[in-house]
Design a protein around this ligand. Structure first.
Ligand SMILES: [Zn+2]
Ligand SMILES: [Zn+2]
Length: 481
């Protein structure tokens, strides 16, 4: 994610539409069996890198145990889970081993665990009496990035893309943190069922980076086969925010993200005889400039909108005028009417540019991607108050909206009040070091991005547990057994 508190964060997600290619990378082996019998103890092994992790009993004290003490007691185990996920990233639509491992971990805590929801999605349900239903979501996929950190748990995973080229795979967007964090939250919820009432639906969602996983889970009956949530919460790591802090914001925080493919048809010929051709490159050049007037002259100035031409491809050689020119645009907005306006304007300008040159009508194809993410103000107000209480007033910032995208928005579009907040991921010391050295903090999707997991997960678990507990408290605020 981008450089300012909200902008950098989720930006890469969904927008970049990372090429997902046939996955042939490493796989983990899982030779440990979760201990299913008890709710309060567990032991498991995961042999990625021969690491053997013994999780401690997670609730040693009675129900009134202090959350901070519990987090401190459990965070190192959760960091180990995080590192295992970090070592073994999988690309969008290929999260098979990640899903298997998540299901193993979740079965220790949840009443039911269902795999294969919308691809490799995993859903765990946990109940404690009657009350509201809260959905907690973590995303699962990594990115086609060769990791360049020096971490001893850095990903070494390589895979082949569809052209047969070798590409690295990396959890460069922090989804490994999101997964480990939610497993930690599940542990607390299971160990402290007397402290909340209602139902928790924990979903691990595949293919966020392709903007497709949430839709796939919804189409696979997420809200029909499992309890329909009254609220849904998610977090995303933020490398511009120091670990220990979070950022919240009501209303729109992330954009409608659409892709537009345009083919301008001309008539090719010799570069020495342009009069005998219709040059699609010149049409494209005029069109690209004309596009700049959509946001500046047609959209209301108070409505956020972006039209970016990310790719123009045409031609093979200096002296040949090609037949066609292909353009790829990313188009972003918040409001649905602005989204429609942008699409119509692009269509009109493309047709006008072609007509002006006597060219045939262009092909304009709009692929609607991720819808904009609107944080429910009432839910944000309630959760932010809880976070300020538990993390400290100064550690809860007002987040800034961004034109990035995130498919968590789809659960909101499906009628559920949602809230996504930012989780600081880099220690204050490290952020100061970057600033002192005049360096930019590696953004999300960077080969150099890495969170400081202990501080990040301690804060993430504290925040998510506290928010969930509050939403599932008795109406008078007193949790009932
Ligand atoms: Zn991302
Ligand atoms: Zn992400």
């Amino acid at each position: 994610m981008p450089r300012d508190p909200f902008t950098a964060k989720v930006d890469g997600c969904s927008n970049d539409m990372c090429a997902s290619d046939s996955y042939t990378g490493d796989s983990y082996t899982s030779d440990g069996k979760p201990h299913r019998g008890g709710r309060r103890t567990r032991s498991w092994r995961w042999s990625a890198g021969a690491a053997v992790i013994l999780a401690a009993s997670c609730s040693l004290a009675p129900g009134g145990e202090d959350l901070a003490a519990w987090v401190e007691h459990n965070v190192d185990d959760v960091v180990s889970i995080y590192k295992d996920f970090h070592r073994q990233p999988e690309l969008s639509f290929h999260e098979q081993q990640t899903a298997r491992r998540l299901a193993e971990l979740l079965r220790v805590e949840a009443d039911s665990v269902t795999e294969g929801v919308g691809g490799y999605g995993v859903v765990g349900v946990m109940k404690s009496g009657e009350g509201p239903t809260v959905m907690l979501r973590a995303d699962m996929d990594g990115l086609p990035v060769v990791e360049r950190t020096d971490l001893d748990y850095a990903s070494q995973v390589l895979t082949k893309d569809k052209r047969g080229a070798t590409v690295g795979v990396m959890h460069a967007c922090g989804h490994d943190i999101h997964m480990a964090n939610l497993i930690g939250v599940a542990r607390w919820l299971n160990a402290h069922r007397s402290q909340w009432r209602g139902t928790v639906v924990m979903i691990f969602q595949p293919a966020e980076e392709r903007g497709a996983g949430a839709e796939a889970m919804l189409n696979d009956g997420l809200f029909q086969r499992f309890p329909r949530p009254d609220y849904a919460l998610a977090l995303h790591v933020d490398p511009t925010l120091d670990a220990g802090r979070v950022a919240c914001r009501s209303g729109f925080i992330l954009a409608n993200v659409d892709s537009v493919d345009i083919t301008i048809h001309g008539r090719g010929g010799h570069g020495a005889h342009p009069y005998a051709t219709i040059d699609p490159i010149v049409i494209a050049a005029r069109f690209v400039l004309d596009l700049q007037t959509i946001v500046s002259r047609e959209v209301k100035p108070i409505e956020p909108a972006v039209v970016t031409v990310g790719s123009i491809r045409a031609g093979t050689k200096h002296n040949i005028i090609p037949d066609t020119c292909h353009l790829q645009l990313t188009v972003r907005s918040y409001a649905e009417e602005v989204r429609r306006q942008l699409h119509e304007s692009i269509q009109r300008k493309a047709e006008a540019a072609a007509a002006g040159a006597g060219a045939p009508p262009p092909d304009v194809r709009v692929s609607e991607g991720t819808p904009s993410l609107w944080n429910d103000p009432e839910l944000v107000g309630r959760v932010a108050a809880v976070l300020r209480d538990v993390l400290g007033q100064d550690n809860v910032e007002q987040g800034e909206p961004s034109m990035g995208g995130e498919d968590f928005s789809r659960y909101g579009k499906a009628g559920v009040p949602i809230m996504m907040f930012r989780l600081g991921a880099i220690s204050r010391q490290r952020l100061e070091d970057y600033r002192r050295q005049g360096q930019t903090v590696p953004s999300l999707h960077s080969a150099l991005f890495y969170p400081d997991p202990r501080e990040t997960l301690a804060t993430g678990m504290t925040a998510m547990i506290s928010a969930t507990k509050d939403l599932l408290a008795a109406p008078d605020g007193t949790p009932e057994p």
